[in-house]
Design a protein around this ligand. Sequence first.
Ligand code: C2E
Ligand code: MG
Ligand code: MG
Ligand code: MG
Length: 283
Amino acid sequence: QAKKYNRGELLWYSPAMSRASKQRLDLLHDLENAIKNEQLTVFYQPQINLATGYVIGVEALVRWPQPDGGFIPPDQFIPLAEQSGLIIELGTFVLETVCKQLNAWHKEGLDDLSMAVNVSMIQFNHPGLITQLANAIREYEIPAGLLEVEITESVAMQNPEAVIQTIEKLKKLGIKLAIDDFGTGFSSLAYLQKLNADRLKIDRAFVRNMALNNSDSSIAEMVINLGHKLGISVIAEGVEFPQQASILRTLGCDEAQGFMFAKPAPANSLTLWFKDTGRYVAV
Ligand code: C2E
Ligand code: MG
Ligand code: MG
Ligand code: MG
């Protein structure tokens, strides 16, 4: 058997490797403590009807606050939580938090507001998820149709049999399903139909250069038309500029979320914002 590495590479490689894995372990340890001590928090980003400007709902986005006032972004700790199994505890915390919050908003009169929650692969394939969802909507008296689970297109593509079974159980509870980051995976049209999704979320990669790049707006247009042909509504992520919103509206996109309308924010500041705006924004 041939040598895989020569000596020089090994010597150069291994200290860097162990430094990286020590950092990972430290971060994992901190994350474990943060979950245990309930230091994670959830921000919410409004989702807007592009025809009316009405805020139909929010997407929950977890945040890990740091002592310096900043946050470690989820892209940096969700994968770690997935690999270590901590995602189950993290997901439980997020689900509890958002259902409690949605109940509070409904009680304050925002009784048609919906809530979208991101669920990652291990969580989605975990047998406890459905029970957890069922308990949460019962305990917090949430109309199931106002709760939406988001899975990415790539999660939907893994283990199709199991995914479809879980989706059927979600649907039985009346909970909605959105396919996140749509357009970045490779789901077939036949499979998409089987998924029985309620919403497609156009990945922000296709929204970003929409005004400059015709092929990006063609992809958005295709997703919108595809969704509508299958009876699925379509929301665009990452809308930052009026020009993007206007192209999306022209293409018939149902909803949008992005910095142009509102950044993800803590619940209490959104409550105030809802009161100030009457839940309408300029589109
Ligand atoms: P995602 O679900 O696709 O969420 C959209 C991301 O785009 C969020 O990043 C959001 O803050 C960001 N965003 C929204 N509008 C704009 C915009 O106009 N411009 C730009 N540049 N970005 C925008 P965030 O909060 O950092 O979350 C990243 C990813 O982490 C999420 O992607 C989701 O996959 C994952 N995630 C977030 N919260 C949770 C959670 O509670 N559980 C799980 N399993 N995953 C989560
Ligand atoms: Mg999402
Ligand atoms: Mg997304
Ligand atoms: Mg994403």
